[in-house]
Design a protein around this ligand. Sequence first.
Ligand SMILES: Nc1nc2c(c(=O)[nH]1)N[C@H]1C(S)=C(S)[C@@H](COP(=O)(O)OP(=O)(O)OC[C@H]3O[C@@H](n4cnc5c(=O)[nH]c(N)nc54)[C@H](O)[C@@H]3O)O[C@H]1N2
Ligand SMILES: Nc1nc2c(c(=O)[nH]1)N[C@H]1C(S)=C(S)[C@@H](COP(=O)(O)OP(=O)(O)OC[C@H]3O[C@@H](n4cnc5c(=O)[nH]c(N)nc54)[C@H](O)[C@@H]3O)O[C@H]1N2
Ligand code: SF4
Ligand SMILES: [Mo]
Length: 746
Amino acid sequence: MKQSRREFLKISSLGIGGVTLAAPFFNWANGAIVSDETPGEDFVNRTPTYCEVCFWKCAGWVYKNDKGNIWKIIGNDEDPHCNGRLCPRGTGGLGMYYDEDRLKTPLIRKTIDGKQQFVEASWDEALDVVAKNLNKLKEKYGPECTALFTHGSGGKFFGDLLKAFGSTNITAPSFAQCRGPREVAFLATYGEIIASPERVDIRDTKCLVLIGSHIGENMHNGQVQEMSDAIDKGATIITVDPRFSTAASKSKHWLPIKPSTDIALLLAWIHEVIYNEWYDKKYVDKYCYGLDELKDHVKNFTPEWAYGITTIKPHVIRQTAKEMVNASPAVIIHPGRHVTWYGDDTQRLRAVAILNALLGSWGRRGGFYSPEKKSLPSFPHPEFPKPKKTWRDAHPGKYNLAIEVVSNGICDATIPTPDNDCSFKAWIVNGTNLITTLPDQKNTLEAIQHLEFMVVIDTMPMEITGYADVILPECTYLERYDYCRTDQNREPSIALRMPATEPKYNTKPDWWIVRQLAHKMGLDKFFKWNDIEEVLDWQLKQVGTSLEEMKKIGIKKFPREYDDLYFVEDQDIDFNTNTGKIELYSTDLEAEGFDPMPVYTPHPEPDPGFYRLNYGRHPAHTFSRTANNPNLTDLFDENVLWVNPIVAKEWDLKKGQEIWLENQDGILSTFPIKVRVTERIRHDSVYMVHGFGHDNKKLTRSYGKGASDTELISNVLVDPIMGGTGMRSNFVTFKLENPHKKEVAS
Ligand SMILES: Nc1nc2c(c(=O)[nH]1)N[C@H]1C(S)=C(S)[C@@H](COP(=O)(O)OP(=O)(O)OC[C@H]3O[C@@H](n4cnc5c(=O)[nH]c(N)nc54)[C@H](O)[C@@H]3O)O[C@H]1N2
Ligand SMILES: Nc1nc2c(c(=O)[nH]1)N[C@H]1C(S)=C(S)[C@@H](COP(=O)(O)OP(=O)(O)OC[C@H]3O[C@@H](n4cnc5c(=O)[nH]c(N)nc54)[C@H](O)[C@@H]3O)O[C@H]1N2
Ligand code: SF4
Ligand SMILES: [Mo]
């Protein structure tokens, strides 16, 4: 490979060593990970935390044994996000702390004897390099040419730093690669977003419709618990998924839809509900805008029409529509979460929002409740400078309805083009493995090559770190304070995360890193505190508690400010939309030149010999971040390729056989993947769990285990409404022999 300016470095740094502690041995038993060590009679202490393995942020207690070692994490009974129970990933969060492959000390990219390598550095040295480079680029191009990519709690500190620096280009993949279309669609319809945890009242629902939302594999805790309770109470589950998911196996109706045709099914359901006059008339008359237009729009979208597109039989479409109506208003057509599929995702989610409105489920028990949160005020600081430009200037007239910064928009705007005078020069990447997170890796890597500086803050030697100029090792969530969790729920609550132990190796928390950087960058006036405890205590005292109290209880619930979990009968409501109503016909979309009501458009299908690449979650893993976790690899350590028996027969594929994949653009999987022959996937698709196929050898447990879906996702369908990246229009074929062998020989 040609040596580029930013050669990928495998962190086989000079003299990297440090103390290597072996992880304790764990078993999987009775649904919990248990250590072979028994705790002493008296625990040294238990300290509160909230989980960082995913964004449900369950609150828990970290116990140490009498030797002072972290022993186990259990859920906090008071927490409405988890009700005292953590999922397997949360219990296995210990592995993040014990993983001996962790980043251990700051590293700086240097060229020594003509060869690029990472060299160990002190914090002072590494932070000097970061501060000097960022300030130099600010001088040369303006502060707005620095962007922050972040996912996870510590990003808030870096966000403050960037704002103080003069840039608001702060982005998370959880918008444009995840839930963005859903938020924009619900905002256009109801004037409110869904947010996290989702405001779905699964606890009391009578009918839950999951459209590609694979709860059960998607382990977002409270939701899984409520769904399981709802099933016990006899709720009807309807799952629309081309794959026989865990949720499908618990469903009364499984609709194995042809991939990419969901809008047609939704329009047919809307047709049935309107033309049979099954909709909630009182609710629609009082609250909705545009029924006549919608009625006219869906006139021809009969179940027979949808059958030809979706392969779902007309009587099944009718029967399932009736099931929803019978449960109405205690029915949820779930808005999903990772909804960036085919580029028309905002419109699909609009159809979901509209169907819910017709059934009167928004604001009703068993449908969607109105969440509340307890906000904490920011620690006092002078006003942040106002940036002269933002990422939007690089995309004139586009994505006006995006309510957050579009990550791929920043990535694209980093590659200079003649008509863009706002290209990005520096990235701060905190807690997001962009190489596996953003689709179209070639584009991501090209953008990185154009950067003048990149600093990566991570806990593990993930792929993104190999491209950094400076790597800053953050300690894990078990070793640090963060801002408190204040996310919404039925009842507002605040949860504290505090260190259970000192940071291992030479690692530091984000708050400390940011505070040091602020000093070195001349931004002290925005950070008038020296220690995070000072900030947290001040914030907590503003809402009538304190750090001292929170250390003891971990989570504090507050009474709701308004008694409005659900709408009251005949309540007058002014929705936050242009018309003040729930917009079946969207005036916002119309004003932006988009279809005001959802339209079905056909999507390309695989050529003969190719299969649609479908991907999803494994219950014991989170994206790429846990693939190396010593506890979770015990449960599942490599992804496999789900192949329908008909396809397996055609190709003569056997269970466990290793094959390579090639996509429609000729991109080959780096590693082979084992075949799983199963009826649970349609014959036009194959399926794999996202987050495997790591190619950094420093990840000793996960290197080369399974294949990466991301490297095969080169065709990206960008949603014109909000910039999200549709990733499910990629097709793969099989290579039975190692296609990389030839390259080695030549
Ligand atoms: N191909 C494909 N792409 C996808 C998806 C998919 O299913 N398939 N899913 C999309 C979705 S829904 C989402 S939300 C995004 C998720 O995208 P990401 O959040 O980027 O996902 P991860 O791959 O888990 O990367 C997280 C990174 O954070 C690091 N990390 C973990 N804990 C800490 C910490 O405490 N501090 C710091 N500083 N770093 C930490 C991990 O080591 C890892 O490098 O990906 C999106 N991209
Ligand atoms: N264990 C675990 N749980 C997680 C996460 C994790 O990493 N690990 N991540 C969390 C995050 S950030 C997110 S965003 C969510 C993601 O999880 P979800 O939002 O629940 O699901 P998706 O990833 O969108 O969809 C995956 C499902 O969609 C199906 N599917 C594929 N194509 C189509 C289609 O054309 N139509 C229909 N109807 N279905 C289709 C797939 O077969 C699969 O079952 O999970 C969350 N929960
Ligand atoms: S759902 Fe699991 S991984 Fe996510 S925050 Fe809760 S315990 Fe942690
Ligand atoms: Mo996500």
